[in-house]
Design a protein around this ligand. Structure first.
Ligand code: ADP
Length: 256
């Protein structure tokens, strides 16, 4: 099941395009990182891919079918979005919020339990979400998305906006491993990430956005090179590697 967009345009305000002619494909069984400078349109693209908003021109397809032709319920069963700043109004507990992932779908207590477990939230399932740390809330949001997909990976799409931004290194790694496992089990995983080193180590493919256009795409080791990234981010990068991990370290071009 590939999620794909073709020639999509989008603007929040008339005459101010945020995405222009964006075409990209996000194959099942792999993790794709969307990277690019602030304001490039990454979050907007992710929201369109999730069906939260519709493009003004172009098409988005899921396994060859127009996303717009799916009912909201069918879409919810197949595509889950983890937004950048998950907010919850009211004193919902962790379990309530994870359960909310299923609100448009048949009840599935097993999926809720498994999702709580996967993010190590079972012990804190009665805690009030507004009282949690930002990182803990991020784990709740990911668990909610897993519950929404009902434990299915095959035929499912998991779309995440900066899923590890507030997580400590151990949890960031655990989430990347979880996403990798979802992809291995057949899911199409798409994540917006600022951390280029994380993209390089934890994604298979990258789509680089710049000013609302695709500025590069391909396997991470080909797309995320210092030479390709420097003009996009306006800063130099040193690529360093050790023990099977690679890092992209920003540095001033003068030092390059
Ligand atoms: P990125 O995720 O790459 O930082 P975004 O997709 O969040 O970029 O934003 C792309 C552009 O769209 C930015 O110029 C931003 O100001 C604008 N934008 C984002 N959200 C809204 C909104 N809700 N209303 C109006 N403009 C928005």
């Amino acid at each position: 099941m590939t999620l794909a967009c073709r020639e999509i345009d989008y603007a929040y305000r008339r005459g101010e395009p945020v995405l222009r002619g964006v075409s990209a494909s996000f194959p099942a069984g792999s993790v794709t990182a969307i990277v690019g400078p602030n304001g490039a349109g990454k979050s907007t693209l992710l929201r369109l891919l999730a069906g939260v908003a519709a493009p003004e021109a172009g098409s988005i397809t899921l396994a060859g079918r127009a996303l717009a032709s799916l009912t909201p319920r069918r879409r919810a069963a197949r595509l889950a979005l983890v937004a950048q700043r998950p907010t919850v109004a009211g004193a919902f507990t962790v379990e309530d919020v994870v359960r909310l992932g299923r609100y448009a779908l048949p009840r599935d207590d097993g999926a809720v339990r498994a999702a709580l477990d996967a993010l190590d939230l079972t012990a804190m399932r009665h805690a009030a979400v507004p009282e949690l740390s930002v990182g803990q809330r991020q784990r709740v949001a990911i668990a909610r998305a897993l519950a929404q997909l009902g434990g299915k990976a095959e035929g499912a799409g998991l779309l995440l906006d900066e899923p590890t931004a507030a997580l400590d290194p151990l949890w960031a790694l655990a989430v990347f491993e979880l996403l990798r496992a979802q992809a291995r089990a057949g899911a199409c995983v798409v994540m917006v990430v600022h951390d280029l080193t994380a993209a390089l180590n934890h994604a298979d493919h990258a789509v680089i956005l710049q000013g609302g256009r695709v500025a590069g795409a391909g396997p991470v080791e080909e797309a995320l090179t210092p030479a390709a990234l420097a003009p996009i981010f306006g800063v130099g990068f040193a690529a360093v590697g050790s023990g099977g991990v690679r890092a992209l370290v920003p540095r001033r071009p003068a030092q390059a």
